[in-house]
Design a protein around this ligand. Sequence first.
Ligand code: AMP
Ligand code: MG
Length: 347
Amino acid sequence: MKYDTKILGIGYDTIIEASELLKKGEIVAIPTETVYGLAANALNIRSVKKIFTAKGRPSDNPLIVHIYDQSQVSLLAKDVSEKAKQLMDEFWPGPLTLVLHKKKAVSDVITGGLDTVAIRMPAHPVAFSILEECQLPLAAPSANISGKPSPTSAQQVFEDLEGRIPIIVDGGSCDIGLESTVLDVSVDPPCILRPGAVTREMIAELIGEVSMDEAVLDPLKKGAVAKSPGVKHRHYAPDAEIEIVKGTDIAVSRYVNRAILKDNVDGISAVVLCCQEHAKNYPFDKIILGSVHHPESIAENLFNSLREIDKGGYKKAYVQYYETEGLNAAIMNRLLKAANHNVIDVG
Ligand code: AMP
Ligand code: MG
């Protein structure tokens, strides 16, 4: 179906219109504190299928179900551990998704055939109001065309999904800018399947031991089954080729500047993505990611920066590898996937 996609400013009328459309089985793009989501009634399979069609999402990539009240968990999941409850109390509403054993009410279409379901309570007031108004659990992946960087503004949703969805609720730009942490609490110790703004360190402080899935920072091994099916698919990727350069600041800038000069000789337009503190090291085209001292600023800008590479017509982009403590784990996870794990170590 071809829609005349509208972007609606926030306000009471918009909340009502969005929730009426959702109740009727339509899909609606909504702002959350992480990225924009494409929402559908999680209890209506036909609506949920519309999400996969609009995004071009592979059917084995499961969706996160969004709720606004902890009491909704028991409709969707069973065998909820004490650790899971502690995590809900501490981090909900917020950017933490919990993978739990699913109940029958949750369709295989949502879980991609898995016997677990991913659940999150968003903190964004608009997402929260829509959930409360429509009184439905909402399945919502990021509101981008599958494989592209997640949208952090209504305009970016429009660029990807114009004509494919009826409305986009414009809640301004997303605070966090990276998708939620996905933590599997159906196993013990719990395992991070996707890092996000609720970091490994924050989770460990609350519940003790927590593991990190190998596929977070390394390519999935040949023949291995992905614990989070989303990681199998190409992700966050601009059309340009990205190279991640590992080494000291000086070694990295020397390598990148030489590489860009050579690219230019070869007729390839190239750009470096760098932190503002390193900008002076790069005399050629650059996209500023944020401050090396404030990873939150890099997270907030990251998907914008990835989209800017293509908008600038660049065919190649270089970015420095940063150590993976705290929020940097989430930043490097997205960059490594965007670069298809193309990493060079220059010492
Ligand atoms: P998106 O909402 O587009 O950011 O993608 C949702 C992410 O959650 C994907 O990486 C999925 O693989 C992951 N996910 C959703 N449900 C499950 C589940 N039941 N088990 C493991 N991972 C899940
Ligand atoms: Mg996504």
